[in-house]
Design a protein around this ligand. Structure first.
Ligand code: SF4
Length: 338
């Protein structure tokens, strides 16, 4: 059985040979009226519900741990097969923003990331991503206005499901979040970036860059050995050309690794004057070999002086293991020690 929240509007039209108006009714039942069972669906005809029920079921994750730090809430979710994932709600001035996981574990092995230490067990289906938002929306009684696929997993290593997630959450009859407010963050898979640019309603793109120097980036992110910076930035430029949107380059500052004036020079040389925004992130220590940079604001000034567009990521969830994958790995380690 498939997860009903994986169903896109175009799937409903094509797979069930429905006129668009009837497919829209399914979406309105589920996303506007928040039906959580076939019995609660009042707009959809009984015959269509029967056909849907042969293939799709309503499945929600279960929150097994919840840590609230005031400005953010971290959820540890148990999936129906026993796998665990994390999501984080950030309470912004404009509404709720949720960081969504796309895989249980991750194979990309970024050296500064806890999720990378726990290998990928499986991809999440689109419905398992959509329900992270629905669960949090209901639990908190708020409207989710922004979503970022930045939690556990590499989204473009699960391309089809992430594309379906984007289609459902941006659909006017789905969660109706504008595509500009749904960000997919990749470690830099050029084919995935190209495929993403071609989607009918492409969402926003972020790339974890963390260094403009090949050697340093390969040390931090092994994926760079397969897809060097030039290829990743080339795909980003094609995305910009195709969509007219800027690309966010995430840059976590690590002391003595990527925070020097020469690093600012290399970054300016790579992207100077183009439609990129550098998003500086303060490192959230995960107990490994890295420490946070003490040059955070100097580096910010150095980039600004070189004419780059720079933003600083607001820090959420200090004290709640908010770094990527920390809660999940803590629980898995606890489990393994028992
Ligand atoms: S940073 Fe992202 S891509 Fe890299 S290991 Fe962690 S979850 Fe995977």
């Amino acid at each position: 059985m498939k997860n009903i929240y994986s169903l896109t509007l175009s799937d409903a039209v094509e797979r069930f040979c429905l006129p668009k108006s009837k497919a829209v009714n399914i979406f309105r039942d589920i996303y506007r009226d928040k039906a959580e069972s076939y019995a609660e669906m009042t707009r959809t005809a009984a015959e269509i519900k029967e056909r849907l029920a042969r293939e799709y079921e309503f499945v929600f994750p279960k929150a097994v741990k919840k840590q609230d730090s005031g400005d953010s809430v971290k959820y540890l979710f148990l999936l129906s097969d026993g796998n665990m994932i994390e999501s984080v709600l950030m309470r912004q001035k404009y509404g709720g923003s949720v960081c969504v996981s796309s895989q249980a574990g991750c194979n990309m092995g970024c050296i500064f990331c806890n999720s990378g230490k726990l290998r990928k067990v499986r991809d999440l289906c689109a419905g398992e991503m959509v329900t992270q938002l629905l669960y949090i929306e209901k639990d908190q009684g708020i409207r989710i206005t922004n979503a970022a696929v930045m939690g556990i997993g590499e989204p473009f290593d699960n391309f089809e499901n992430v594309s379906d997630f984007c289609a459902v959450v941006t659909d006017d009859n789905g969660l109706a979040i504008p595509p500009s407010r749904v960000t997919v963050s990749t470690c830099g898979l050029p084919d995935g970036i190209d495929g993403f640019s071609e989607l009918p309603r492409p969402c926003s793109l972020a790339i974890s860059l963390h260094s403009a120097d090949e050697k340093t980036r390969s040390l931090l992110m092994p994926v760079n050995k397969k897809y060097p910076i030039a290829e990743v930035i080339g795909a980003a430029r094609r995305y910009i050309q195709k969509t007219g949107r800027r690309v966010l380059l995430e840059y976590t500052l690590l002391s003595g690794i990527n925070d020097g004036a020469s690093d600012a020079d290399m970054l300016a040389k790579l992207i100077g004057g183009e439609d990129f925004t550098v998003n500086l992130i303060e490192y959230n220590p995960t107990g490994g070999e890295f420490t946070k940079s003490i040059r955070f604001f100097e580096f910010y000034d150095e980039l600004k002086k070189r004419g780059l567009r720079v933003t600083v990521r607001r820090k959420f969830g200090e004290g709640i293991n908010a770094a990527c994958g920390q809660l999940r790995s803590a629980v898995i380690n606890e489990r393994e020690m028992k």
